[in-house]
Design a binder for this molecule. Structure first.
Ligand code: FES
Length: 400
């Protein structure tokens, strides 16, 4: 065989192999995506085998009723709890897993009881040990980034050094960060926890964290904004400059706090030159701008609402929704005109001209339609009825 014939055969083989790999990846990716979407809608029954209340925080320990190992969870993931409100309407909320993700015998949740909340006061009143609770499988993508450098550092220690991890919690925002401490320490990553709260009794697991800091490489800095006279530690509000001093420009920063705290710190860290900053909000800021939001013939206004979905629901517009945390896709709407910006991280991918209305705020007047519908069709009242599953509402642990 001549050299030219051999090289064209090799070229054809190369193209065939490339195409097969591309197709195999596409098929496998499709399967994975479908599996994830199916899994996100599935529920499991878990037994509440322990229940404690610490101030306004309810701690729940859940296990499989027959003692089986629970599905694996990653640090930073949450569980969705399905229940009913006082009128018997389905209701669900998502709460961060607080337990160490290495063990699969139980999940632990820490839930802040909000006086005006729909679900948390009911949970505080009605939950009892031995009860079965309907929960989702662990979900969510908030956690430290996977990096080759950290992997090499874990395997070889020298000459690679793992990127320092700085975790910043505001109030109940501590919950997704707690399991990250264990997993970071297991990976020999230097880890710092900065915990902003109002008073000493608001610091969840304070004593345990202090003990842990004394025994491990964890650097723990609790900061109180309204301490009593006996508080020996830092008081006031943590600043971006202090964070940068603790971790340096190369550190990875994960912040879980209120929108105001996140925005201030993120902006400050960016100004200093810290690039690896990610956040999870436990409450999106309420819009201070007034923009008209139109869905078919229905009208709403963005002012004072934390998302487009909130604005529409507050005006009585029936929009399907479920998780209100960017993970179910039920609230997707098509943007016909106008613009919006993300206020919550979403895990569900939508079409190029669509948005998850629970995760965005309007940044101009908006004209919306349901996916796959013409703008006028959205005006038809029949089309506005939510699907059975859409009647459920959930705000994740970031809200009551
Ligand atoms: S993604 Fe679930 S309601 Fe918005």
């Amino acid at each position: 065989m001549s050299f030219t014939a051999m090289s064209s055969t090799a070229m054809i083989l190369l193209i065939i192999v490339g195409l097969s790999l591309y197709l195999a990846y596409g098929i496998q990716d499709g399967w994975r995506r479908r599996y994830r979407q199916r899994r996100q809608k599935q529920q499991q029954q878990l037994e509440l085998y322990r229940l404690r209340r610490q101030g306004n925080v309810l701690k729940l320990w859940l296990r499989h009723p027959s003692g089986q190992l629970l599905p694996k969870a990653k640090a930073g993931q949450h569980l969705q709890l399905f229940s009913q409100d006082q009128q018997g309407q389905p209701l669900s909320r998502a709460y961060s897993l607080v337990s160490d993700c290495q063990q699969r015998h139980y999940y632990m949740l820490a839930i802040k009881i909000e006086a005006g909340g729909k679900l948390t006061p009911l949970l505080a009143q009605n939950l009892s040990q031995g009860q079965l609770l309907s929960c989702s499988y662990p979900k969510g993508h908030f956690g430290p980034a996977v990096s080759l450098r950290n992997l090499l550092a874990r395997l070889s220690r020298q000459p690679f050094k793992a990127t320092p991890l700085v975790l910043v919690a505001g109030g109940i925002g501590i919950t997704p960060l707690l399991p990250m401490i264990n997993s970071a320490l297991r990976q020999q990553r230097p880890v710092t926890l900065v915990y902003q709260a109002r008073q000493r009794h608001d610091l969840l697991q304070h004593r345990k964290l202090r003990r842990f800091a004394a025994q491990t490489q964890l650097q723990y800095l609790p900061v109180l904004s309204q301490p009593d006279g006996n508080w020996p530690g830092r008081h006031g509000r943590i600043t971006a400059a202090e964070l940068a001093q603790l971790g340096g420009k190369q550190a990875e920063y994960l912040i879980c706090a209120s929108a105001e705290m996140v925005l201030t710190l993120e902006q400050g860290l960016a100004d200093i030159g810290c690039r690896k900053v990610r956040h999870e909000l436990f409450s999106a800021a309420h819009s201070t701008q007034s923009f008209a939001i139109t869905l078919g013939s229905a009208q709403a206004n963005s002012l004072g609402h934390s998302s487009v979905l909130d604005a529409l629901l507050a005006s009585g517009v029936k929009v399907p929704y479920d998780c209100r945390g960017g993970s179910c896709g039920a609230c997707a709407l098509r943007v016909i005109e106008g613009s919006c910006s993300n206020v919550l991280h979403s895990e569900f991918s939508v079409g190029a001209d669509e948005v998850l209305s629970c995760c965005v705020q309007a940044t101009s007047a908006l004209q919306l339609a349901f996916p796959g519908e013409a703008a006028e069709a959205a005006a038809d009242e029949d089309n506005l009825s939510p699907s059975p599953s859409a009647a459920m509402s959930v705000i994740d642990y970031r809200q009551a």
